[in-house]
Design a protein around this ligand. Structure first.
Ligand code: COI
Length: 354
């Protein structure tokens, strides 16, 4: 793929402390930008990361016709650069494009432009275990127009950010609380798409949760307010007896790639995984009865995040005495081991870029 590259005259690399990275506050020197006009995507370009000219009437600001993805790049133990399951993230981006009436970007362009970007910014990929390069592709509508309609013009971009742990807790257990008032999504809405509106909907309840000492909201379904759907920025899993249970994808839950990875690894162990509705009452009663042994969230940013406590109304349930459980630890070690090239990539999940 032939991509025009314009390099920055002033790299910011030397200002970054790669021993102490947080999540999402530093951006690499370059980015991919590609416009859609007159019914087709033009050629992608790699340009210095920086401000871009947009107008106050940009329809994305007003009506949110936008989608994004989040995937990760790593240095493997053999020195190669790897991206974890890029075809899965791309497939989800296509599904989100469809829901938001955005023209799809094909896989060749997606991976080709990303490969070009990583070649230019390879020094930005952290080498320390636990750190990675978070890759954020996104598409925004570019028409300047105040009527509610599908835009005729778009911009596809990829920015990258060297990151550490998503939660300040790191791999330590997080505390979740249900929201008595708010829901994230309903079937037929936008819940399965990776689109900003879902995250906007989570801000107020998320702030309330933090104010009350919790890490994130445990979302219940929008109809009966009874079945668990997902967590703030993660899918969720429960170990009850010898079974791993996760809410099904019935039209309001995001189809997480780490969720897919966990289901695959668990089945590969020859163990039972069930995608079924699970109510908050069932979870609390299993916690009280002792059969709920582990709970964890899954997400690209957070990888695997153990849950140590769940609060619903006045009921508070501890999980595994607030400690990470053995299966949660195994999944974290296995997934990060594959990503960093320390464990065999038996399912060819890592796409070697260089
Ligand atoms: C991810 O886990 O990649 C997410 O998209 C969560 C968040 C950073 C928005």
């Amino acid at each position: 793929m032939n991509i025009k590259v314009t390099k920055t005259k002033a790299s910011r690399l030397k200002d970054v402390d790669f021993e102490r990275l947080e999540f999402g506050d530093i951006f690499s020197d370059h980015m991919v930008s590609m416009d859609y006009r007159n019914g087709r995507w033009l050629e992608p370009e790699i340009v210095p990361y920086g401000a871009m000219e947009i107008f106050p009437a940009l329809c994305t600001f007003h009506y949110g016709q936008a989608i994004f993805e989040g995937l990760k790049g790593f240095y493997g133990s053999d020195g190669s650069i790897k991206i974890f399951r890029p075809e899965r993230y791309h497939a989800r981006m296509i599904r989100s494009s469809k829901r938001l009436c955005i023209p799809p970007v094909d896989f060749e362009t997606f991976i080709g432009s990303l490969r070009g970007l990583l070649a230019v910014d390879k020094e930005w990929i952290p080498r320390k275990k636990g750190y990675s390069l978070y890759i954020r592709p996104f598409i925004i509508a570019m028409d300047n127009f105040l009527g509610v309609k599908v835009s005729d013009t778009y911009r596809f971009m990829i920015i990258t950010s060297p990151v550490g742990a998503y939660y300040k807790e790191g791999i330590n257990p997080v505390k979740l609380v249900t929201s008595g008032e708010y829901v994230r999504a309903v079937r037929g809405g936008l819940g399965t798409a990776k689109t900003p509106a879902n995250y906007a909907a989570s801000l107020l309840p998320g702030e309330e949760a933090k104010h009350n000492g919790f890490t994130q909201v445990l979302w219940l379904d929008g109809v009966e307010r009874k079945y668990i759907e997902e967590v703030g920025t993660m899918n969720i899993f429960f170990v009850i007896g010898d079974e791993l249970i996760t809410p099904p994808l019935e039209g309001s839950v995001l189809d997480g790639i780490t969720r897919q990875t966990v289901i695959h690894l668990w089945k590969d162990l020859g163990r039972k995984v069930t995608e079924r509705r699970i109510s908050i009452d069932e979870v609390l009663s299993c916690a009280m009865g002792g059969s709920l042994t582990e709970v964890f969230g899954t997400g690209t940013a957070a990888v695997i995040s153990p849950v140590g406590e769940i609060q619903h109304g006045n009921v508070r349930a501890g999980v595994n005495s607030g400690k990470i459980g053995p299966m949660t630890q195994f999944l974290y070690d296995e997934i990060t081991g594959i990503q960093y090239g320390e464990r065999p990539d038996r399912f060819n999940w890592c796409h070697t870029v260089q």
